[in-house]
Design a protein around this ligand. Structure first.
Ligand code: GN1
Ligand code: MG
Length: 358
């Protein structure tokens, strides 16, 4: 994108900022995200929502604005400056809409950038694990009284094992010989784990686990921290929708307790850190324990394992489908991600008994 174009879109929104420059933020796999630097702070984050992935973009934006408003209400006693650091605040267009649609049909939304904060792709400090637990736990806590029927299902059956498994099965039907051969060891792993990985799905379908407002993308890079390593704000609320607690717990564990990034190709570097699991769980339960049912609690550790599997399966399926979903940087990027996640499950499984007791 040219600066001129970005500036034009930025100026459709209501703010006092004067555009100075922009920079693409490249850590996400789906949307296009730009940091807008203004002559005088605050800075902003401008985002183009991927319409290939998200079919109801306006519904998505309405979801996240409604949840943000709900959290803002909970934090209303904070001074404005502090409040704007604890929750994403979206900016309206001059037409008072929460998004702008450009001439090519793209949808854009704008939010305040939270300055002086840190994000992590991997964790190297136990305090971050604990703080992340409190932060994501608190997000669920603050949204627990939000009426789930007011949210659309942004991606239908997003963390639904039967759905993900059927997508994998159709991918197997049409995959090239070469990719099938290269993915063989991963496919074997799917077959080994399949039954166990449907346990939570079955409980969900039986109505034994309740639906709540969940974030659905609680990887550690979606949490902001202060320079003193304290939890600050949960970001990337695109996939906020009704879901179960296990996958929010699990996606955080997947990324916090792995000793390497999700696409690390040297699998010797991928290990599972039990101490971080304990610390995250402690923080999470400090915020959530009283609102979890015994069944929800019982299945948290299996939820973590299942979430790692869902990600492995999705990366693998996208590889089998010739990389049509995730942004990739090289031809086998998705396969490497899948192998990495299967290695993480293997490490997790070795420590499973210990983790279940925590
Ligand atoms: C995608 O775009 P990003 O990085 O926020 C994906 C998540 C995955 C994640 C893996 C809508 O999130 O489900 O966990 O990649 N989002 C969507 O890093 O599919
Ligand atoms: Mg996301």
């Amino acid at each position: 994108m040219k600066a001129e174009q970005i500036n034009l879109i930025f100026n459709q929104f209501t703010h006092k900022g004067e555009f100075e420059s922009y920079q693409e933020l490249v850590s996400g796999h789906i949307n296009d995200t730009y940091l807008i630097k203004t002559k005088k702070k605050p800075y902003f984050v401008l985002q183009r929502i991927n319409q290939g992935v998200f079919k109801d973009v306006t519904g998505l934006i309405e979801n996240k604005v409604a949840v943000s408003d709900h959290i803002q209400e909970k934090l209303k006693d904070l001074p404005k400056k502090k409040l704007y650091r604890r929750v994403l605040v979206f900016v309206k267009t001059k037409e008072r809409a929460p998004y702008y649609q450009d001439n090519s049909g793209n949808y854009w939304n704008l939010m305040y950038f939270i300055d002086d904060s840190l994000t992590f792709e991997t964790v190297n400090d136990i305090e971050i694990a604990y703080e992340a637990g409190k932060l994501f736990g608190d997000f669920l806590n603050m949204t627990s009284d939000f009426d789930t029927s007011k949210l659309i299902e942004v991606i239908p059956r997003f963390h639904d094992m039967s759905f993900r498994y059927s997508q994998f099965q159709s991918a197997i039907q049409s995959v090239s010989k070469e990719r099938l051969y290269k993915a063989k060891s991963c496919i074997d792993r799917v077959m080994d784990l399949k039954e166990e990985m449907h346990i939570i799905q079955n409980l969900k379908e039986a109505g034994d686990i309740k639906l709540r407002v969940t974030h659905n993308d609680t990887k550690i890079s979606n949490a902001l921290f202060t320079k003193e390593n304290k939890g600050l704000c949960v970001i990337d609320t695109d996939t906020v929708m009704p879901g179960i607690v296990h996958y929010d717990f699990g996606d955080a564990i997947r990324t916090i307790c792995s000793t390497a990034a999700e696409d690390e190709t040297n699998l010797d570097l991928v290990e599972f850190n039990v101490e971080y699991y304990k610390a995250y769980t402690k923080g999470f339960l400090e915020k959530m324990e009283s609102s979890l049912s015994p069944l929800e609690l019982k299945y948290l550790s299996l939820g973590a394992k299942t979430m790692i599997f869902i990600m492995a399966l999705r990366f693998l399926t996208d590889y089998l489908n010739n990389d049509v979903y995730y942004k990739t940087k090289y031809p086998e990027h998705n396969l490497d991600r899948a192998k990495n996640q299967f290695k993480l499950i293997e490490c997790f499984s070795k420590k499973y008994q210990e983790l279940q007791n925590i």
